[in-house]
Write a protein of this length. Structure first.
Length: 291
């Protein structure tokens, strides 16, 4: 059970080299901008700066669901390539000092309003449009319970399990076992919840579903961390799987998954979204080789 290489931490840690793994080049122990660059601004009231990771998908799904429901929620979605350090530009740091996607600028008021952290963006949009979140009472609290459950739980899935199972430069049993156990526990939490209701927070589709599905829905559908769905026995979480497939069939979810996406089939990659017609005319199979 023990790893062959043992590490004794120094008395004071110093940053000496990249940690290795797929995202090593973007990890650093300091905040702030690394270069000057303004962010582009489109013609719509909402300017989204993001990438098609699970956190980014939460917000693009929300926008597409709002539009499908008839709300005036047109948006421009600009690609922030986190593997190339776009999130460390001066323009991006100005709207999110934490340098993480997604980040939104709401230009519907007298002054532009920055909104960062995916959960905050979902809540902001839900309240602005009065959609996908009950206005008050126990039903609202239950949605928020699960929204914040996702915000607190997903780092164990992504930064814990996903990193050590798929991205770390070496496979170590201890962290893989540790985070696999927690990921399976979280899936069991969701499976028990979904045994009694059609959506995460009850009878209605909400921002709780939009927050949780990109992480846990895509996981059980076999779209994250290589063969992780097999490793985790995702099929055994029958209620989660049924819910994941149900949301996956929603046209707005399918569109949301495409926005700012830089991997997968070319017809599923819409690097930037500026109009509804872009889904038919601007995917990578239509305009060129996958980026």
């Amino acid at each position: 059970m023990s790893d062959t290489n043992s590490y004794t931490p120094p008395k004071v840690w110093t940053w000496q080299a990249e940690s290795g793994g797929r995202f090593a080049s973007i990890n650093r122990p300091i905040a702030g901008a690394t270069h000057d660059k303004d962010l582009p601004v489109g013609e719509h009231p909402f300017q989204l700066y993001s990438m098609g990771t699970p956190n980014g998908v939460k917000v693009t799904v929300m926008f597409e669901e709002l539009l499908a429901a008839g709300h005036d929620a047109e948006y421009d979605a600009w690609l922030i390539r986190i593997t190339e350090g776009d999130q460390f530009s001066s323009g991006f740091v100005e709207i999110n000092p934490n340098s993480k996607i997604p980040a939104l600028v709401d230009r519907t008021g007298a002054e532009p309003l920055r909104v960062f952290e995916s959960g905050s963006i979902l809540l902001h949009l839900a309240e602005k449009f009065g959609a996908f979140l009950p206005a008050s009472g126990p039903a609202r609290t239950e949605v928020l319970n699960w929204l914040f459950w996702q915000m607190g739980s997903a780092p164990y899935l992504g930064g814990g399990f996903g990193h050590f199972y798929q991205y770390a430069p070496e496979k170590w049993q201890y962290p893989i076992d540790r985070f696999t156990m927690e990921t399976k526990r979280q899936l069991d939490v969701l499976d028990r919840q979904l045994a009694e209701r059609p959506f995460i927070a009850g009878d209605a589709y909400s921002i709780a579903d939009m927050a949780i599905w990109p992480w846990y829905g895509n996981l059980v559908l076999g779209r994250q961390y290589g063969d992780a769905a097999t490793f985790l026995e995702a099929d055994s979480y029958e209620n989660v799987m049924a819910w994941a497939k149900k949301l996956d069939a929603r046209p707005a979810v399918q569109r949301g998954r495409m926005v700012n996406r830089t991997s997968g089939a070319p017809h599923e990659q819409l690097l930037e979204r500026h109009a509804a017609s872009d889904f038919d005319t601007r995917t990578q199979d239509k305009i060129g080789t996958p980026d």
